[in-house]
Design a protein around this ligand. Sequence first.
Ligand SMILES: [Fe+2]
Length: 296
Amino acid sequence: MPEDVFTAPLKKPEHVGEDWLEPKQANYGAEQNAIWDELFERQMAILPGRAATAFMAGCEKLDLGRGGVPEFGKLSEELGSLTGWSVVPVPMLIPDHVFFWHLANRRFPAGNFIRTRETFDYIQEPDVFHDVFGHVPMLTDPVFADYMQEYGKAGWKAMKYNRLKALGALYWYTVEFGLMMEGDDVRAYGAGILSGPAEIVFAVEAQSPNRIMLNVDRVMRTDYVISDLQPTYFVIESFEDLYRQTVERDFDRLYRNLSPAFTYANSAVIDVDNVVHRGTQEYLLRGGRGSGAEPV
Ligand SMILES: [Fe+2]
């Protein structure tokens, strides 16, 4: 950990060390395993034809539907043989500098708990379903796996320049809410889209949101919304394209030129954009989630 990086850590639970790792994976009971199975089944009914091919292939390679919450040891073994990544259990959202350190070492921290029936449809804190079902299949893709490691390495630099919000926007619009082209179709590879029932149809098919080709500089200047569907999604050509755009960027220079606040509203379309679909923003204009507007 470089000494010139400022960190404001969350309160660490007594039983975890500096790495914030749980000593072992939680034991899940029958009810909790049933929740995993039902969530899995629900997603599998809506993802084909909307989720990226790489994601669907990853689910199959890791056999995530074998029943119940996957066992991290076995999962890490399988993932390790494919791309050298492992999955490690953490008690809660962990501090940024620890998160980056795990990613930089090809370890994906996953929540050591699962949602309840009361929070079945939406849970703000990432649980094991979001983390393992949403994120881990993508780590079977060698290029995406490398991108995630590079992202981790880029984290401390962003902290040093106090530009974590900007780097966070890149994570948001790629790892969590990214879309990609597959032939003439748009498909989702972002975990925030893939692990829930509502956003996948909206992101890929609805008229409301903008779909704009990814430009790293532009994305890092763009605000995002965490409590509603996205007014804009960014689309990549391929994982190679995403990797190249990111590792070839001189982030020192970029950070020096970025203002601390976001420049663009999350619904904006600007001159330099390569637009795939210009959204009507009808959902947003009708008031979004709070108003009960249809996600059209
Ligand atoms: Fe996530």
